[in-house]
Design a protein around this ligand. Structure first.
Ligand code: NAG
Ligand code: NAG
Length: 778
């Protein structure tokens, strides 16, 4: 409970600090404005738009109204949204549009109106006023030659035409369209799409074709279109075809205007019957397959499609997300410049002892299942041009003392997201400029890295490093170093200052332990803040618990708690003051006397409980007998007797002047008195020692009582008695005086109360006396 309250207070204080320093305002800057510029109303079942819906968003830049049930569009609802840039009204039920209201959105650069129910010409002449329009999305069921005239001079960059439901296409219908990239989704039910395809291939340099049904489309007429088109960059997406058709398409493109062909989301059906074809030099420079879904089983044979790829003369080849487990070594020196085989199932077998990839500069094997780093190194050793290797996201581990022969040309090496340990540092290509070993299992960076003289960027994020690496081992050319998300809890100031020539150091998100030791680091971090990426917002305390989330910048432990000398000084000082105070107390208030009294009282209290047998009570008539010297008579009569007998628990004393029985000898009286009393009180003083009678009394008391229970003897020291005054025969008295088991009469008046209380306690007044009559009968 108190812990919780404690933390609550801490948070409150922190909040105050943040508000005062203005940190708060700095950190949440764009949240509100971001919400005001972007509005997503898709999938909201809207049937009609009202100006009031957008009233509170005058700064709206991006508005998504797709997947609703709008039927009519009047752009005047956006009359106050003068900065609207992107508007998506696709996937609605729009049939009509108020063309004269188009000027309200004259600033739009992106307008998507595809997948609606427009019937007639929808690109009315007012579209010409959208002079900033660069990206347009449309759908249609009929396209006539004049339809695109109104946007012919718009300077469009991309046009998307979702023509799945096209029923009618007038030849040349798209001819007036001008755009850098055209993306057409082909109709499913158009009986003859030759005209449409012809126009598609003669509008832009970049063309994306979706939904191509090769069985229908891949005929000779179409092939002729492709061969002489203006398209140099062809993208075919969402296509289902057999291996045969695929090879046909490749063959067509091989000697066409197309230089870059990418096919993505490609489903391969039917068996792969391979028609021998020469894939040596053609027009195609780069070929990319991304997301190949195999609906056939590809067995390893001469006809394996992957084998065709390996023999192709293209500069750049990409085969990603294709589930391939092997790639062949080209049979003759290949012209591959870049080979991207990411997200597959390639193993350590890849390119083992392959001598023909001499031109390759970039090899990307990201996200495969490679395991041994030594295989990777020997694989590259024959790739004489290799500059950039990405083997991130594999299962690589490094073995110590394994052959380690990298391609000497390697400059950029990405080893991130593997299982590498510190031994990787003893096996790295010498001329490396960029090394990414983030997301591995590294725990320290050793001296071995000093042979990487050209290193410019070193990525060590998300490892298990506990220290900032020593930059004196690292290359002098280093300009970027990332060590964020490691286990550094107490970074050293020295190591940080050694890295001061590194232009960018990413060091945030570590496990900073906010204690005194961190102080030095924080102050050197503040002076190096220009190099520290993310200072101060990504530098937070992790420990101790109550400081978690506090920015290092705001962590200021007090000078006192951090300086050991001051701390020790304060402790010693406090103790000295306390000691002096105690000394003063003892001197002035006689503390030891009080302590002794309390101790005696406590001891008696304890004993009362133990000794309380009936035998002791037998025949007792008095609580105590007092023996004193005549010289001390005044003290006894004026102070002792009144104080004891007149107290609440009346104490019965045997006082010789009052209680001695006449007719008996003094000795008899003394013996009698001692025997009828529980206790004997002796008032000791130098006078007492000198009085004869007192000697007697003490003698009797000593003999009758000491032996049984010395507890029954109460000695009050009225005045100090020097040892030499006590005759030798009173050995017991001497011993008692030595042990100081007497009660000392305090001279100070203020101590008297305690003295009497203590004395009464010593007499144990709660013991009942025998009846007087019984005593008389005796
Ligand atoms: C091939 O890849 C290299 C390296 O990534 C690149 O520089 C080049 O432009 C690419 N060539 C083609 C034709 O795409
Ligand atoms: C290394 O590859 C990862 C993806 O696996 C990428 O995020 C990272 O940026 C690459 N590193 C460098 C230095 O390019």
């Amino acid at each position: 409970m108190s812990n919780l309250r404690h933390r609550l207070w801490l948070n409150l204080i922190l909040l105050c600090v943040l508000i005062i320093t203005g940190e708060h305002a700095q950190n949440v800057p764009d949240m509100a404005s971001l919400l005001d510029t972007k509005l997503d109303l898709s999938h909201s079942n809207l049937t009609i738009l009202q100006p009031s819906m957008f009233q509170q968003y005058p700064d709206l830049q991006i508005l998504d109204l797709s997947y609703n049930a709008l039927e009519d569009m009047n752009f005047s609802v956006f009359r106050i949204q003068s900065v609207l840039q992107k508007l998506d009204i696709s996937h609605n039920k729009l049939r009509t549009m108020n063309c004269s209201s188009l000027h309200y959105i004259k600033g739009v650069t992106h307008l998507n109106m595809s997948y609606n129910d427009f019937q007639a010409t929808f690109l009315c002449k007012e579209f010409a006023s959208l002079v900033k329009l660069r990206h347009l999305g449309l759908s249609a069921t009929k396209i006539k030659r004049s339809d695109f005239l109104n946007i012919a001079h718009q300077g469009l960059q991309t046009v998307f035409l979702g023509l799945e439901n096209l029923q009618l296409y007038e030849a040349g219908g798209l001819q007036s369209l001008r755009t850098e990239k055209l993306h057409v989704v082909l109709p499913q039910n158009l009986t003859d799409s030759t005209h449409l395809l012809y126009d598609d291939f003669n509008i832009s340099k970049t063309l994306e074709i979706s939904n191509m049904l090769c069985e229908k489309t891949c005929n000779n007429a179409v092939l002729q279109i492709v061969i002489k088109s203006m398209v140099s960059n062809l993208i075919i997406s969402d296509i289902t075809m057999s291996g045969y058709e695929m090879v046909r398409i490749l063959q067509i493109c091989w000697r066409s205007t197309v230089e870059h062909l990418s096919i993505y989301r490609f489903t391969l059906i039917k068996e792969f019957d391979y028609e021998k074809f020469d894939f040596s030099v053609g027009s195609l420079k780069s070929l990319s397959f991304d997301y190949i879904f195999l609906q056939v089983f590809l067995y390893n044979s001469e006809e394996h499609p992957v084998k065709i790829f390996s023999e192709m003369f293209v500069e750049n080849l990409t085969l990603s997300n294709a589930e391939i487990s092997h790639f062949y070594c080209p049979p003759s020196p290949s012209m591959f410049h870049s080979l991207i085989l990411t997200n597959n199932k390639l193993t350590d077998m890849i390119f083992a002892k392959c001598q023909t990839l001499t031109n390759i500069q970039l090899l990307d094997l990201q996200n495969n299942i490679l395991e041994k780093l030594s295989h990777v190194t020997s694989m590259t050793s024959t790739m004489k041009s290799l500059k950039n290797l990405d083997v991130s996201g594999n299962r690589l581990y490094s073995e110590i003392n394994k052959d380690c022969e990298w391609s000497p040309s390697l400059r950029v090496l990405n080893l991130s997201r593997n299982k590498l340990t510190d031994s990787v540092f003893s096996c790295l290509p010498t001329y490396l400029e960029v090394l990414d070993v983030s997301n591995n299992q590294l725990s320290s960076v050793g001296e071995e890295v000093n042979h990487l003289k050209s290193l410019k960027e070193l990525y060590l994020s998300s490892n298990q490093l506990s220290h900032i690496p020593d930059c004196s081992y690292l290359s002098k050319n280093l300009i970027y170093l990332s060590i964020d998300e490691n286990l550094i809890y107490s970074p050293s100031k020295e190591h940080l200052t050694k890295c001061q020539n590194v232009k960018q150091i990413v060091l945030g998100k570590n496990k900073y332990q906010c204690n005194c030791e961190l102080q030095e680091f924080i102050s050197s971090a503040e002076s190096l803040y220009e190099n520290l990426v993310g200072w101060p917002q990504s530098f937070m305390c992790e420990h101790p618990q109550e400081l978690r989330g506090v920015m290092l910048k705001n962590f200021r432990p007090s000078k006192l708690s951090c300086n050991i000398f001051i701390l020790v000084g304060v402790i010693v000082g406090t103790m000295a003051v306390l000691f002096i105070f105690m000394l003063f107390l003892c001197k002035h208030f006689d503390l030891p006397w009080y302590i002794r009294m309390i101790f005696q009282w406590l001891r008696r209290k304890y004993r009362i409980r133990n000794v309380h047998n009936d035998e002791a009570i037998m025949g007792k008539r008095f609580h105590a007998f007092i023996s004193y010297s005549q010289e001390d008579n005044e003290w006894v009569k004026k102070l002792l007797i009144p104080n004891l007998e007149k107290s609440d628990q009346a104490i019965k004393l045997c006082h010789h002047e009052r209680d001695f029985i006449p007719g008996k000898t003094i000795v008899e009286n003394i013996i009698n008195c001692i025997e009828k009393s529980f206790k004997s009180i002796f008032v000791l003083s130098p006078n007492f020692i000198q009085s004869e009678w007192c000697h007697y009394e003490l003698y009797f008391a000593q003999h009758s009582l000491f032996g049984k229970n010395s507890d029954n003897l109460i000695l009050i020291l009225l005045d100090p008695i020097p040892q030499y005054l006590i005759p030798n025969k009173y050995s017991k008295l001497k011993a008692i005086m030595k042990q100081r088991t007497y009660m000392e009469w305090p001279k100070e008046k203020r101590k008297h109360g305690l003295f009497w209380a203590n004395l009464r306690e010593a007499i144990q007044t709660n013991i009942p006396l025998e009846d007087e009559e019984i005593f008389v009968l005796n």
